[in-house]
Design a protein around this ligand. Structure first.
Ligand SMILES: N[C@@H](CCC(=O)N[C@@H](CS)C(=O)NCC(=O)O)C(=O)O
Length: 210
């Protein structure tokens, strides 16, 4: 059985749960306390989330790798076009871009926003990360254009990955979005699969592995 370890508000764990809901895959969720316990660190020494376990000793600690693993292991799924589909390249590119270009940059901004001494909150490094994330968002809005999704007429892993990173940017940093991305976020938020995943998150109250 697929098991997703996540913080109560861990957005990247929601990436994986949302995908499971879209694919109709059964999964368990175990909440991780913050700071993570010794028990959790014994399982995953980096101590961050999400962390995924599956049958056969599978253990993964990068959310995009989890998404690709689930699509390949339990697909075929329209979320990941097959090898002959021209949409495959864009889906792979934007799925990785969602974490490498947006999510990772947002993490650097969050660290500065919540942790840096006042004098460093607008350091060269912070301003550079901010410009880079904003550039990535403009690029994403341009790619989306008037389309409903990032790679054609249907939802793919690219949307789940990118939209989650945009959600962290907006939610945790309180940043405004270009209009096209704000509308995109609203459309995706109304998907029943995402609503179910969010409800599963809310339903997990007791921190595990304390
Ligand atoms: N690249 C990783 C990033 C994981 C990450 O930054 N997770 C956050 C929560 S969404 C976290 O655990 N932050 C606390 C920490 O790193 O100690 C992924 O996509 O899974």
């Amino acid at each position: 059985m697929i098991k997703v370890y996540n913080f109560a508000r861990g957005a990247r764990g929601l990436r994986v749960m949302w995908q499971c809901e879209e694919m109709g895959l059964p999964y368990e969720v175990e909440m991780v306390s913050y700071p993570p316990s010794e028990g959790y660190r014994a399982l995953h020494p980096l101590g961050n989330v999400p962390f995924l376990e599956d049958e056969g000793g599978v253990a993964i600690h990068e959310s995009v790798a989890m998404m690709l693993y689930l699509a390949q292991k339990y697909g075929p799924t329209p979320l990941l076009p097959d090898r002959d589909d021209p949409a495959l390249a864009r889906v792979l590119q934007m799925t990785v871009f969602g974490e490498a270009a947006i999510g990772a940059g947002v993490n650097a901004l969050l660290t500065a926003h919540f942790g840096a001494p006042e004098a460093d909150k607008r350091s060269w490094s912070v301003v550079t990360h901010e410009a880079s994330v904003e550039r990535a968002l403009r690029f994403t809005a341009g790619l989306l254009g008037d389309g409903p999704f990032l790679a054609g007429e249907r939802l793919t892993l690219a949307d789940i990955s990118v939209s989650t990173a945009i959600g962290i940017y907006r939610g945790a940093l309180g940043k405004a979005l270009p209009d096209a991305l704000a509308a995109y976020q609203e459309r995706l938020a109304a998907r029943p699969a995402l609503e179910r995943a969010r409800a599963r998150c809310r339903g997990q109250e007791s921190p595990a592995r304390a």
